[in-house]
Design a binder for this molecule. Sequence first.
Ligand code: CP
Length: 327
Amino acid sequence: MSTEASREPRPTATDGTGPGAVRHLISTNDLTDAELRALVERGAEFSNGSVRSGEQLTGLVAGIHFLKTSTRTRTSFSAAALRLGAKIVSFGPDDLQTNTGETLEDTAEVLSRMLDILVVRSAGDPADLRAFAAQPRMSVVNAMTADEHPTQAIADLTTILCRFGRIEDLRICYVGEGNNTAAALALTLSRFKGVHLELRTPPGYGLGPATLERAAANAAASGASVVELHSMDTRPQGFDVIYTTRWQTTGTSKPDPDWRRIFAPFQVTTALWDGSPDAVFLHDLPAHRGEDVTAEVLDGPHSLAFDQAENKMYAAMAVLEWCAGRR
Ligand code: CP
């Protein structure tokens, strides 16, 4: 019996190209504009049926490691891997020896000898994902950290592309907390020419300064615009998309006992359609009817929220294919 380990390091993709290269998706900032667009277009191809899932990932094994609750993201990556012919190994929050003190680096080194891709929803710190990525064999995908939810944005842009046939020149109004979903939207939409993204975030719950700065730089380069307001006193006008998220972002709590009063004016109701009668409604889910959005909107004729949830699986297919160097 040989004692030689057989899983050789794969070349690291510095330019995002090359079959067999290790590609990580930890932040959308790591993607070139062309890579981001290709992922969204591929997600749309899976979504609209112009490409069928099949054997694209045959022979690969994906780890699905979630330290926080998830319905959509965990299932979408698991189902995407299985539908593309990969096998999966799942780890919950109590399963790995990291809980007993093994370092993330040692854990990643070991997992990389056995897995091709690791999809991680971390306890919050994006540095944990970079630690998992510090090995030369296994791709790492961010399934949500405290600062960004990159694969949610790819699913959201896939949904927008499927609905409108383009992303450029659309007007998107985001209403709600400046959380990791909002950050990923700002960092991605700002890269498409002519997009206008208006964020209406409650005072004290806006996007972080680094995200705003990066989105502004993206917008300056692409010809998009990004503005953030902390009031609903004026009604948003003329939008193609109205988007919200739940008020209690997964894995977070709000120390201010009065936060619901601050968030109340930011509930998405049918009144928002007075200023944007043709807008579609997006929600990353889970939703709380009567809190972040009324049932009339979430279950109404403008809502694409459940198509958007399904598109998480098609976006996951695109991400897994790209990470595996099979595209
Ligand atoms: N939208 C989203 O990330 O949902 P889950 O938390 O259920 O994965």
